[in-house]
Design a protein around this ligand. Structure first.
Ligand code: 13P
Length: 342
């Protein structure tokens, strides 16, 4: 079992590759479809996922795709289940297993991520359906009063319970404690809070006997709040993020797979690239982007079948750029290549 976990984790952060997070819940996906002028329906959610998963060449840069339960059970128009379609391309199917961040009792404005009830049985079913890795996202909000030690503690505990259950089922847990970058806080404060959260998460992971070699960490980059007037340079973001991770993430963890968290596509790519240029690090430094890989494709497609190929070219382009950044080989000139190579 532990060999399988190690192999899956290593494959997910293989050279030049990272993860596509296509696991938006129906509510989140509908919001994104609506913003792009697309009908909010099961069929349109399916059509977008088919567009992404059938993009030729993307699998050169994508090791695994995180699916939402609905997508895990859907198929291409010609009847190939999505998990099988991915496997046929050598891409590992993954599954989001949390059921969302809900208000935390007695804590003003903080959340606890739910989904532990019945998780053992769900994991067995997902494994049988082809899933070899999973995701659970804890959400930590940040302002002058928050996060409280209470919110950090319960979220860290739940992340570790999820991770232990995944490993029991042969599934690699992606442990995602996301410190939100909404607000006007400084990068100093983001670094301090990100470090406190990571320390709590790794204490719980050890306590609950999670095999560090058989998991991946999906953290936020250390950024100033989006509303802050004091925005650091890309170099400072990369340096602070690496410093924070080196202080708190054991070298036994095979890989870090960043979320993009609402950064612009190019910022998310440039910063990942810089961190890889600053290597080597004790762990692979890769990506698990949602918006950072798909946003341009969704806007281009906008529900119009005539734009399908253009949208696939957008997705292939972002996968190529992000895959290069994962090796420290991205340059902004690559952004010009889209028109030429598609
Ligand atoms: P973003 O890259 O859009 O932040 O999504 C990644 C993710 O899976 C958040 O849970």
């Amino acid at each position: 079992m532990s060999d399988e976990l190690r192999q899956t984790a290593a494959a997910l952060v293989a050279e030049g590759k990272g993860i596509l997070a296509a696991d938006e819940s129906n509510g989140t996906m509908n919001k994104r479809l609506k913003a792009a002028g697309v009908e909010e329906s099961e069929e349109m959610r399916r059509a977008l996922r088919e567009l992404l998963f059938t993009t030729e060449g993307a699998a050169e840069h994508i090791s695994g795709v995180i699916l939402y339960d609905e997508t895990f059970r859907q198929s291409t128009a010609d009847g190939t289940p999505f998990p099988r379609l991915l496997q046929q391309q050598g891409v590992i199917p993954g599954i989001k297993v949390d059921t969302g961040a809900k208000p935390l009792a007695g804590a003003d404005g903080e959340t606890i991520t739910e989904g532990l009830d019945g998780l053992r049985d769900r994991l067995t079913e997902y494994y049988d359906g082809g899933a070899r890795f999973a995701k659970w996202r804890a959400v930590i909000s940040l302002d002058d009063e928050r996060p409280t030690p209470y919110a950090i503690g319960v979220n860290a505990h739940a992340l570790a319970r999820y991770a232990a259950l995944c490993q029991e089922a042969g599934i690699v847990p992606i442990v995602e404690p996301e410190v939100l970058m909404d607000g006007d806080h400084t990068i100093d404060r983001a670094e301090e809070v990100s470090g406190t959260v990571l320390a709590a998460v790794f204490a719980e992971l050890r306590q609950q006997r999670v095999l560090l070699e058989g998991m991946l960490l999906k953290p936020n980059m250390v950024l100033a709040g989006y509303a802050s007037s004091d925005q650091p340079s890309h170099e400072e973001v990369a340096e602070r993020t690496l410093r924070c991770l080196r202080r708190h993430v054991p070298a036994a963890v095979p890989g870090i797979a960043f979320l993009s968290g609402g950064q612009s596509d190019e910022d998310a790519t440039i910063r990942l690239n810089l961190m890889n240029q600053m290597g080597p690090q004790p762990w692979e430094v890769s990506f698990s982007y949602g918006r950072g890989l798909q946003a341009a494709a969704l806007t281009t497609w906008a529900g119009d079948d005539a734009k399908r190929q253009d949208a696939q070219a957008q997705y292939r382009h972002r996968a190529r750029c992000t895959g290069a950044a994962r090796q420290g080989e991205y340059s902004e000139d690559m952004e010009e290549e889209l028109a030429v190579t598609g």
